[in-house]
Design a protein around this ligand. Structure first.
Ligand SMILES: *[C@@H]1O[C@H](CO)[C@@H](O)[C@H](O)[C@H]1NC(C)=O
Ligand SMILES: *[C@@H]1O[C@H](CO)[C@@H](O)[C@H](O)[C@H]1NC(C)=O
Length: 404
């Protein structure tokens, strides 16, 4: 052994240790701003199947159009629990591609067609926030509420009812879809399966209440076509921006339907784009608008939007994105739940059929799309019980006998 290199090994060890210690002092073990994760055996939260399923789902980023990985995870989770699991690709041509998007249909028994269906969505809005546990009982992260809390609690509720032999394996199946946050392409595709359920239980955050309905929606753009020119000579051109402003002002004061159940319709001018510079007459201008409908038929509202715009200028065009839909009334005939109406859209109207429709889930919609999306561990556990009661009511099982 060459003794020269071994002369003083202690110095090397000491130097390394000092370096590591200085780094630790300066930065801590984690990058600045990163909250240190909770040790894995510290709380009950890490041991129960419900909390670990929820955590695994939240930790897989699945912003709309990127649901592949969470789909693969959920498929293998359900297969491990002895479900038969089918993928439904959204775009068949894409199905061979690496990141193909698919819905999952899973059933625990021998029958694919069950009377009751539990469903929710596996996509989230951007951006991604990882799972963190705060104050021992609050779970933060993107999708922790909307709607991975519903996915985890629905599966847990079904597992518990099966384990206790309270229901038969052919009573209830599961459907998890992609694309709910971007227009519902996942749920629209489910109509191609030609299946029929007596009752469909949709999972979205309803604060553990049974939703009695939600507002409708109508999304559209208005585009003004002007004529560009030097801003010193406005009479030589025609400003698309000026036209757009008049049109938007008219839309803001336009009469929209209201109802006792849902209150007023509301209009949101969400995005405006127009012109190129302060000294140029704007050639084009566009605004994207969404109306949350509290009553009425979207085709009637479309007509009054057209009429309002026509009165402003013939160089303004209206383009509707999709058919839109009016308010969606939901079944809420189960004892023991508070009820509420909600102002957001769901996949409920995207699924065809004459089934009964329930909407229920843990967490609050007001935090759902925010940077502080979170819910309590207690709400997660309560939602399992809530789903069990809805399932039992849907199957018309005798409450006294089952003790639920
Ligand atoms: C799945 O089924 C197999 C075979 O019947 C059984 O041994 C296993 O325990 C089941 N797994 C679960 C998670 O129920
Ligand atoms: C609906 O709009 C009317 C008129 O602006 C207002 O007086 C009323 O308070 C609104 N109702 C609700 C439920 O917001």
């Amino acid at each position: 052994m060459p003794t020269s290199k071994m002369k003083n090994p202690l110095i090397g060890v000491l130097a390394l240790a000092t370096l590591a210690y200085t780094y630790e002092l300066q930065y801590g073990l984690y990058a600045p701003g990163f909250e240190q994760p909770v040790a894995s055996d510290e709380f009950e939260i890490d041991k129960s199947p419900l909390f670990s399923l929820h955590r695994d789902l939240v930790n897989i980023e699945s912003i709309s159009n990127n649901e592949h990985n969470v789909g693969v995870f959920l498929e293998s989770y359900l297969k491990d629990h002895n479900y038969t699991v089918e993928r439904q690709y959204i775009d068949f041509i894409q199905s061979k591609k690496k990141n193909a998007r698919f819905n999952l249909l899973a059933y625990p028994g021998s029958k694919r067609q069950t009377p009751v269906l539990l469903t929710s969505h596996i996509d989230t809005v951007p951006p991604f926030y990882p799972y963190t546990l705060r104050e021992k009982e609050n779970i933060w992260g993107r999708g922790s509420v909307d709607a991975k809390a519903c996915v985890a609690t629905q599966i847990t509720a079904l597992q518990q009812l099966l384990a206790s032999n309270t229901i038969s394996p052919n009573d209830v199946s599961l459907l998890y879809v992609v694309g709910e946050e971007v227009g519902g392409d996942g749920m629209h595709a489910v109509n191609d399966l030609q299946m029929k359920w007596d009752t469909v239980i949709f999972g979205e955050p309803t604060e553990l209440k049974l939703a009695s309905g939600h507002k409708g929606i109508l999304v559209f753009s208005i585009t003004a076509h002007g004529k560009a020119g030097h801003s010193g000579y406005p009479w030589l051109g025609k400003s698309a921006n000026h036209m757009l402003i008049s049109a938007l002002a008219a839309l803001q004061t336009m009469d929209l339907p209201s109802s006792e159940k849902y209150g007023n319709s509301t209009l949101n001018i969400g995005k405006i784009n127009g012109g190129v510079a302060a000294n140029v007459i704007a050639e084009t201008a566009v605004a994207d608008i969404g109306i949350r409908l509290a009553a009425g038929d979207p085709s009637v509202v479309k007509k009054s939007i057209q009429d309002t715009i026509k009165d402003i200028d013939s160089d303004i065009q209206v383009t509707f994105h999709g058919r839109g839909y009016g308010p969606v009334n939901l079944d809420h005939d189960i004892e023991g739940f508070d009820t509420m109406t909600v102002n957001y859209g769901t996949d409920v109207p995207n699924l065809d059929g004459k089934h009964k429709r329930y909407l229920y889930g843990p967490g609050n919609i007001l935090v759902a799309h925010s940077d502080h999306e979170h819910l309590s561990t207690g709400d997660l556990m309560d939602a399992v019980e809530g789903y069990k009661r809805i399932i039992m009511a849907a199957l018309k099982k005798d409450d006294e006998k089952t003790g639920l």
